[in-house]
Design a protein around this ligand. Structure first.
Ligand code: NAD
Length: 506
């Protein structure tokens, strides 16, 4: 298959669709006419141009969201849940188109993107159910007084997302802010905006005008959201560097913003010598999220700390298993591992592979460009490094790609201090059949989400997020829902019942 044969039908599929931003119920271009180009990571070919939103577009989106918010809040949870149900139905009817757009735009295998869309139903059903269960509190008060709490939405929420699960993030991440009665200005990643723009039409059909506004664009567009004085609640998914910048810029905007950050990870998988080796190797590879997004996932296994007794056999079996993964064009049904998102990201990941070799790690397999793929695509054979130490860049920095580092350990305390020794703490996993060692180790791990004999899956309703620089706040649970609501205490002086009654009744 040549590059041109691949590109032609795909390019027709993309150019036959209209990609517009959504502002105040209208599908629009940027008011400045500015655009950004979309490239296919599987071929490097240009696919189309999409709007690049400006400060004026963010302003228009925020005004529309402000205007729509009171009526949206007045609908109540049940009314808002009906819009969620309509939206869910529209998504299932557009499943194939949305999955294909993510494969073409992001490089994730189309088979995995269908699964990503299917996983959204847990969120579309789950958020309304959780919101219906929210209650206020009544506090003890002295006689003649009553204290209770009430929740109110913030108003307009700004939501900025990362590139790696485009359609899933665009569907699921806005839901807790919407079900609590807020309206939204959302910006997807400039690398992978196509499926979110395709969703604009569906949001528009399911929700009243102005409730969901979508502005595409780059860092400057994101900054206009972060610093907008009428956006008091910001939610961000992306890298630690951008997260820190957003904290600073939000503060510089001059008003206090409520902020949640879902950031990077360098996640440790700890393997004890008593494991079933095949299960642990499968878990290690499954946890890399190779066949979902080429390892470009915040919660992926990235450091595998294997006990010396089983280390060599573990590495040997892992290399053999990785060799079975088929790297190829993302929209080919037989592909397991697609290309990374962009040429710039390929350069970054390749730089890590080179640094691993230069710093003395053993490249057991992969890290090279596979044969038989389009020459312009951003492909990397999944790389397995052994003999990695915490001093090496591949041992301590987030790579966000198909590269995994194996460390050998024999002393428990040294291993644990290495596992906890970074300023990141998103996920971790512990693999052993010894229950007390498993729980002791899980307890000692400085991470927000720890699996025992499992990896990567997280479940709606349980709080997801990290410690240290990996996160501020938790998502996917009641904890998150409450962060989209202001709490108010109402104090009532009941007065002297007899006096009040006498006055009222004459
Ligand atoms: P990124 O930080 O480069 O970009 C994220 C988003 O921020 C994009 O929409 C981008 O356009 C926008 N942005 C960039 N600069 C901005 C600025 N100055 N002001 C406002 N917005 C700005 O991240 P990425 O490359 O898209 O995603 C990869 C990172 O995201 C990894 O570190 C990964 O671990 C993390 N991530 C975390 C989670 C999680 O749930 N913890 C999930 C997915 C990805």
């Amino acid at each position: 298959m040549t590059d041109t044969q691949v590109a032609d039908p795909i390019s027709t599929f993309v150019t036959s669709q209209d990609f517009k931003m959504l502002i105040g119920g209208q599908l629009v271009d940027s008011e400045s006419g500015a655009t950004q180009q979309v490239l296919d990571p599987s071929t490097g070919d240009k696919l189309t141009d999409i709007p690049r939103g400006t400060t004026a577009d963010v302003e228009a989106a925020t005004r529309a969201a402000q205007k729509a918010q009171p009526a949206w809040a007045d609908l109540g949870v049940a009314g808002r849940a009906r819009c969620f149900a309509t939206f869910a139905d529209l998504i299932s009817r557009n499943r194939e188109r949305l999955a294909m757009l993510d494969a073409i735009d992001c490089g994730n295998p189309v088979t995995a993107m269908r699964t990503d869309i299917d996983l959204c139903s847990a969120y579309l059903d789950g958020w309304p159910a959780l919101a219906k269960s929210l209650t206020g509190d009544v506090y003890p008060a002295s006689p003649g007084n009553l204290h209770y709490t009430a929740h109110r939405p913030f108003g307009v929420v700004g939501r900025i997302t990362a590139f790696n699960h485009p359609v899933m993030f665009a569907i699921t991440r806005p839901l807790p802010s919407l079900i609590t009665g807020n309206t939204l200005v959302m910006k997807p990643s400039d690398e992978t905006s196509l499926s979110t723009l395709a969703l604009a039409e569906l949001f528009n059909e399911a929700f009243p005008p102005g409730v969901v506004n979508i502005v595409t664009g780059d860092a400057a567009t994101g900054d206009a959201i972060v610093t907008h004085p009428d956006i008091k609640r910001l939610a961000f998914t992306g890298s630690v560097g951008t997260g820190l910048l957003i904290q600073r810029r939000a503060a510089e905007s001059g008003n206090v913003k409520h902020l949640s950050l879902e950031l990077g990870g360098k996640n440790a998988m700890i393997v004890f010598p008593d494991v079933d080796l095949d299960l642990a190797v499968e878990g290690a590879i499954y946890g890399m999220n190779l066949d979902v997004c080429q390892g470009q996932s915040c919660g992926s296994n990235s450091r595998i700390l294997v006990h010396a007794k089983i280390h060599d056999e573990f590495v040997h079996r892992m290399a053999a298993r990785l060799a079975q993964y088929r790297v190829g064009i993302a929209y080919d049904e037989n592909t397991d591992v697609g290309p990374v998102v962009s040429q710039a990201h390929w350069n970054r990941v390749n730089g890590y592979v080179e640094s691993g070799v230069a710093e003395g790690a053993t490249l057991v397999r992969g890290g090279d460009r596979p044969d038989g793929v389009p020459s312009g695509g951003n492909f990397i054979n999944p790389a397995l490094f052994a003999d990695v130490t915490p001093a090496m860049r591949i041992g301590r920095e987030e790579i966000f790609g198909p590269v995994v580092s194996v460390f050998k350990w024999s002393d428990y305390d040294t291993m644990m201090s290495e596992a906890n020794g970074l300023d990141l703490g998103l996920t971790a996993s512990v693999w052993t059949n010894d229950l007390s060692i498993a729980h002791k180790t899980a307890d000692a791990l400085d991470a927000g989400y720890v699996w025992i004999n499992d990896s990567t899956r997280h479940y709606f309703g349980t709080p997801f997020g990290g410690t240290k620089n990996s996160a501020l706040g938790r998502e996917e649970s009641k904890d998150e829902l409450l962060t989209y609501l202001e709490q108010k205490v109402v104090h009532t002086r009941l007065g002297e019942a007899k006096t009040s009654l006498d006055r009222l009744l004459g």
